[in-house]
Design a protein around this ligand. Structure first.
Ligand code: GRF
Length: 214
């Protein structure tokens, strides 16, 4: 039985594309069952359709509050019977009910070396802080925003002439490496969330997750 994956996004979907590309092998353990967006104009939906993946749009604008939207979103997601839900640029803060419902089967990617720079404008903030290293992180989602146990991080050296844009581009390339890796580990049954944090092959991962340096 393949691992059923539902991907949530709001925008371009380059991480979705990386997942699609890494899943194209016939023996891939993961199967992207559906892509759901809260925005009808998200380009990620086109990428999904081009790959023959079912899509759905659930706009948050028609709902009376976060809880109501999240309840409808959960019902939509669960219709696809996911083993794993992947947040790939889904620009919504999720309610506690939502996060608890998918505990241990909800992954996110964030463009910083967490726990540094939770939230937005991570590349600019890393530059302003004078960091010599920046990067990206895949983590299990918990109720703390961008705060769940880390699975894998990729470190990207900061160049003296970097702008937020040039840095973002290099971080993005690393995102496209580490998200498929984490999803594959999960789909193979190697990665799971234990009581104390993320486990790979039954062993606790370091607090930073598995670290990749380019
Ligand atoms: C990525 O930078 C990811 O880290 C963040 O949202 C962005 C999504 O990019 N969570 P894309 O839509 O996958 O290109």
């Amino acid at each position: 039985m393949p691992c059923n994956v539902v991907v949530l996004l709001s925008g371009s979907g380059s991480n979705l594309q990386a997942l699609i590309d890494s899943n194209s092998a016939s023996d891939s353990p993961a199967r992207i069952r559906a892509v759901i967006s809260n925005r009808a104009d998200a380009y990620g939906l086109e990428r999904a359709k081009a790959a023959g993946i079912e899509t759905a749009v659930l706009s948050h604008t028609g709902f009376d509050g976060r809880e109501a939207f999240d309840a409808a979103l959960m019902a939509l997601i669960d219709g696809f019977q996911p083993d794993l839900v992947v947040l790939a640029g889904f620009m919504r803060i999720l309610s506690g009910d939502f996060v608890r419902h998918y505990q241990g089967r909800l992954l996110n990617i964030h463009p910083s070396l967490l726990p540094r720079y939770k939230g937005l404008h991570t590349h600019q903030r890393a530059l302003e802080a004078g960091d010599v290293e920046h990067g990206c992180s895949v983590h299990f989602v918990t109720e703390e925003l961008d705060g769940g146990p880390l699975v894998v991080q990729a470190v990207v050296p900061v160049a003296t002439d970097d702008t937020a844009q040039t840095l973002a581009q290099r971080v993005h390339l690393q995102e496209h490496q580490i998200y498929p890796l984490a999803v594959r580990w999960f789909a193979e049954g190697r990665l799971r969330l234990g009581g104390q944090g993320a486990l790979l092959d039954g062993q606790p991962l370091a607090a930073s997750g598995h670290l990749i340096r380019s």
